[in-house]
Write a protein that binds this ligand. Structure first.
Ligand code: NAP
Length: 250
């Protein structure tokens, strides 16, 4: 078994897959790719590269140059552009492509979630009923909320760099987690949060704030996941590792 596997990463699942595959005695070369959004990324084991490929054409060129024989798209559920580029580039080159997508969160009986398709819908809800909002979103998502001058926002990023443009009233904290329900409950209480806004990213660490919200009876505005290209898809790094081994054993 030999060949090169490209893992499109930036998620905990991608790093877990690299840990499962890299350094094995099966002759596979594992390359993890990160977009380069954070200044100090945690690099997974195996080889890694950082930065965009230059669109679908650039990715196709990279796959040819590096003689990649299979791709695992383990990017974030909301990282739609990379997933689309990977699907088209792999289809053109006839390369096997697997999507590793962590399962979406599902509301339980104590959750008070309102699902939205876009941020305009979320903002309409916020204007009606909120004043102190935990915007549990990445920096690049916040521009839509910048004009909400009557509201105060709690923002939390992995690194301490302000959003651009910033909302009129906000507090910024830098914390990469991991987060626990007890810690999140204390945070929500400390800042007197009345609404949480987030996207249905799935995963366990980011789920802690939802458990805390349910315990405190707080409403959550939840952005649904965007659609992804079809094709084989698994929900865990272990299943993705099994797919890679099967792909290279035939
Ligand atoms: P995106 O909209 O799908 O990607 C935008 C562009 O960034 C892509 O067209 C590509 O540039 C580059 N890119 C994205 N992922 C890459 C990767 N793994 N390796 C190399 N280049 C990559 O994604 P995004 O929402 O900006 O997210 C960027 C990265 O952060 C993703 O890798 C994702 O897994 C991670 N992440 C995203 C979120 C989120 O909320 N969106 C949350 C956590 C982690 P080129 O077209 O030049 O190739």
């Amino acid at each position: 078994m030999s060949g090169t596997v490209l893992i499109l990463g930036g998620t905990a699942e991608a790093a877990a897959l690299a840990r499962l595959l890299a350094g094995g005695d099966d002759g596979l070369r594992i390359v993890s790719s990160l977009a380069g959004r954070t200044a100090t990324p945690r690099l997974p084991p195996g080889e890694s590269r950082v930065g965009g490929f230059g669109g679908e054409d650039g990715l196709r060129e990279y796959l040819r140059r590096e003689a990649v024989s299979a791709v695992v798209d383990a990017t974030h559920p909301f990282a739609g552009r990379m997933g689309g580029n990977a699907a088209r580039a792999c289809a053109t080159l006839g390369l096997p492509l697997l999507r590793l997508d962590r399962p979406a969160w599902v509301a339980g009986p104590s959750d008070r979630w309102t699902g939205v398709e876009d941020w305009d819908e979320a903002i309409a809800h916020l204007r009606r009923a909120s004043s102190r909002v935990f915007l549990a979103l990445g920096r690049q998502e916040l521009a839509a909320f910048a004009g909400l001058d009557a509201l105060w926002f709690l923002l939390r990023f992995a690194e301490e760099a302000p959003p651009l443009p910033p909302p009129a009233h906000f507090t910024l904290i830098a914390d990469r987690g991991p987060f626990t329900p007890a810690g999140e409950r204390a945070l929500l209480r400390r800042h007197a949060i009345d609404t949480i806004v987030c996207r249905n990213s799935g995963g366990t660490a980011a789920r802690a704030k939802l458990e805390a919200a349910a315990e405190l009876g707080l409403p959550v505005i939840m952005h649904h996941r965007p659609p992804r290209p079809g094709g084989p898809c698994v929900g865990s790094a272990e299943e993705a590792a099994a797919w890679v081994r099967k792909t290279f054993s035939t």
